[in-house]
Design a protein around this ligand. Structure first.
Ligand SMILES: C[S@@+](CC[C@H](N)C(=O)[O-])C[C@H]1O[C@@H](n2cnc3c(N)ncnc32)[C@H](O)[C@@H]1O
Length: 261
């Protein structure tokens, strides 16, 4: 999808999305008022944002393998850390929403597909000292910087796995019974995203939460989002335009919300 189409879609979303007054589900209403719309600025945010500022100034060049959408082959490229921080890391608004979701639901076993420099991972880690986060990153040089970043932030509850999701995810799932929280943030193409979703579905429970990044980024991602909504195991979904939340709670009736964020 080109940028202009995305901007038009975003404005449509801003106009048509629901606000809290339109929500009748008690679960979603509470989530909206307590978590999604809670704009408190916390000191831990400053810690991670200070690190982001340093990364944004870091002109070190690194060689990376491009695994993500947009590349037909796994091309190798040279990029500065600053450019990766600018283009790949979740913006504060969304990273802080991840923090609040983790703080609110207190998932213990978390998985992230797509570590990059570790900004979103750091936010999720800072939300709970008892959680255990496994994060997978294809590019070894990027993963090494993420590991340095976790050390700089005194974070020790993160396990970084380096390698292609296609290879590492099945191995990890073989040794994991369930994940409480999964953040899908890499390889934004239809077939791979669907297959990661389907693989993780086998390892969810009633209260697991799946978060998908960039659900409107391309037509392929919009198709995936529609298929996820239709999945019989999914009950509630919340479309926040740049991010989509998925719940499996059997006590909720199947309903799809688009909420202004
Ligand atoms: C958007 S970035 C992740 C950003 C990070 N979650 C954050 O917000 O700070 C996506 C990352 O996923 C990695 N990636 C994409 N496709 C992959 C694949 N098939 N296997 C492993 N890593 C992959 C890319 O190398 C990239 O670093």
């Amino acid at each position: 999808m080109n940028n202009l189409k995305l901007i038009i879609k975003y404005f449509k979303y801003r106009i048509t999305a629901n606000s809290k007054h339109d929500i009748h589900s008690p679960f979603v209403f509470q989530l909206l008022t307590k978590v999604i719309n809670n704009k408190s600025v916390l000191s831990v945010f400053k810690e991670v944002e200070n690190l982001r500022s340093l990364l944004l100034k870091d002109k070190t060049e690194i060689r990376i393998e491009d695994f993500g959408a947009g590349s037909l082959k796994n091309k190798t490229k040279i990029k500065t850390v600053a450019k990766i921080a600018r283009n790949a890391a979740k913006q504060p608004k969304y990273a802080q929403l991840l923090y609040r979701l983790v703080k609110h639901f207190q998932p213990v076993n978390l998985l992230e597909l797509g570590t990059s420099l570790g900004i979103s991972t750091a936010y999720m880690s800072k939300a709970s000292s008892t959680n255990k986060i496994t994060t997978i990153e294809g590019s070894e040089n990027i993963a090494n910087i993420a590991i340095d970043n976790f050390n700089r932030l005194n974070i020790s509850n993160i396990q970084v796995i380096t390698g292609n999701f296609d290879v590492q995810l099945p191995v990890l799932l073989e040794h994991t019974s369930t994940f409480d929280f999964v953040f899908f943030d890499g390889n934004h193409r239809k077939q791979p995203t669907l297959s990661y979703f389907e693989a993780c579905l086998q390892h969810k429970h009633n209260d697991s939460i799946f978060v998908f990044d960039d659900i409107h980024w391309s037509l392929e991602m919009e198709e995936v989002w529609e298929l996820i909504k239709q999945s019989p195991e999914v009950t509630v979904t919340i479309d926040l335009f740049f991010i989509g939340l998925v719940f499996f709670r059997k006590e909720s009736t199947k309903e799809h919300f688009t909420i202004r964020f």
